[in-house]
Design a protein around this ligand. Sequence first.
Ligand code: DAT
Ligand code: MG
Length: 169
Amino acid sequence: MICLLLALFAHLFPAAGSGVQERTFLAVKPDGVQRRLVGEVVRRFETKGFKLVALKLVQASEELLREHYAELRERPFFSRLIKYMGSGPVVAMVWQGLDVVRVSRALIGATDPADALPGTIRGDFCIEVGKNVIHGSDSVESARREIALWFRPEELLCWEDGAEHWLYE
Ligand code: DAT
Ligand code: MG
């Protein structure tokens, strides 16, 4: 109930979803699941200090994937991307914390793994852009849209973060 009110509040007053309350949508793509990288990916965001708000294993429908990647529908690789993303289950997640959208993109690394720095997920675990292991929202606005697309409001859990005091000033 409190979560629903918070979601409504964040929708009505966008600034309410910022700061420590900021959220991002991440997904371990089918290659990441097949290659047993789910634990490694979760570990990186968890040990960084971000708060896990939702997580589920999903076989995404073509409709969901077309909506998720709607911005890219004119790109030549679009149908290959939709096929790849639907080729097996993905692990969909919502993570929360200060600047989580921007910092997650930094932890993930460049879109093309050839350009991704060592130490980033794409830099450490993959080779080609068409099999780049993980998705992360590129802005707070996209994060809101993607979270609403992949999760029902009641799937986003509110829980007291006992570590918050040790992570934030
Ligand atoms: P990102 O996933 O880093 O946000 P994006 O939103 O531009 O990158 O593209 C979404 C996905 O589409 C990307 O993770 C992999 C695929 N993709 C992007 N550019 C591509 C290209 N030139 N060839 C093949 N796949 C591409
Ligand atoms: Mg993107």
